[in-house]
Design a protein around this ligand. Structure first.
Ligand SMILES: NC(=O)c1ccc[n+]([C@@H]2O[C@H](COP(=O)([O-])OP(=O)(O)OC[C@H]3O[C@@H](n4cnc5c(N)ncnc54)[C@H](OP(=O)(O)O)[C@@H]3O)[C@@H](O)[C@H]2O)c1
Length: 245
């Protein structure tokens, strides 16, 4: 039920953090991987994925080039599982948050997801089989502080997940998202370096600790598998209980 044997998965932003843990977990479940990075710095993750038993293809592409995405995707192998993981964050108080930062975050975290999901989703619809899993956030549900662009993008991502799920559920394509809580990756380096914010955050997490990238990977494997064939448009929190608080 959870085997991904014979499936090919594309994980965007698989060089580091959550994307890397997801790529390795999908390979352990039997999938082959299209590894993606903004640059071709993918040797380490490729080695790990191969050790886990997955075949690999590499795709270096800057997802902020949103209009070039459909053309670039045409050169990739057939993808059965798309994990929209790549994302950036820009922190500044809303009154000082530059429009350039807003635009950059929306481009990579939302526009690129729409472009990729559509470009790859078309093939899935033709084959009447596919899984699209996007990496949302607690800020798909909450406002946060000093991250207005990120919050807007991640709320949009949750909405896009539901919109695509509603259209594609009858066509054999399941579209869902995972919403990680606070995970130790490059994305949260600044938060973890601030002793006051770090302690505030940790004290609010019922599990009593920050998450690890591997904590998110199992939920993605589930949503990528036949076990989730009747799960559509769901945003699954993997947050140590943060939202339950
Ligand atoms: N860490 C958390 O607490 C947390 C919580 C909720 C959601 N998330 C989400 O989880 C996802 C992964 O983040 P992470 O925490 O694992 O941080 P991360 O280690 O910084 O990973 C982000 C990945 O996205 C890639 N990326 C960024 N901009 C790109 C671009 N323009 N083109 C192509 N690739 C690009 C990065 O590649 P390069 O390094 O090569 O640029 C990197 O591999 C993001 O969507 C993030 O919003 C994280």
């Amino acid at each position: 039920m959870f085997s991904l044997q014979g499936r090919t998965a594309l994980v965007t932003g698989s060089r580091s953090g959550i994307g890397r843990a997801v790529a390795v977990a999908l390979a352990r479940a039997g999938a082959d991987l299209v590894l993606h990075g903004r640059t071709d710095d993918l040797d380490d993750v490729e080695k790990e994925v191969r050790q886990a038993g997955g075949e690999t293809t590499r795709w270096a592409f800057d997802l902020s080039e949103t209009t070039a995405i459909p053309g670039a995707v045409a050169a990739l192998p057939e993808v059965d599982i798309l994990v929209n993981n790549a994302g950036i964050i820009r922190r500044a108080p809303a009154a000082e948050h530059s429009f350039d930062d807003w635009r950059s975050v929306l481009d990579v975290n939302l526009d690129a997801v729409f472009q990729l999901s559509r470009a790859i989703g078309v093939g899935m619809l033709a084959r009447r089989r596919g899984k699209i899993i996007s990496v949302a956030s607690m800020l798909s549900f909450q406002g946060g502080v000093q991250v207005p662009g990120y919050t807007a993008a991640k709320h949009g991502l949750a909405g896009l997940t539901k919109a695509l799920a509603c259209e594609w559920a009858t066509e054999g394509v399941q579209v869902n998202a995972v919403a990680p809580g606070y995970i130790s990756t490059d994305n949260t380096t600044a938060l973890r370096a601030d002793p006051v914010r770090e302690a505030e955050i940790r004290s609010r997490i019922p599990a009593g600790r920050w998450g690890r990238p591997e904590d998110v990977a199992g939920a993605v494997v589930f949503l990528a598998s036949a076990a989730a064939d009747y799960v559509n448009g769901h945003v699954l929190a993997v947050d140590g209980g943060w939202l339950a608080r």
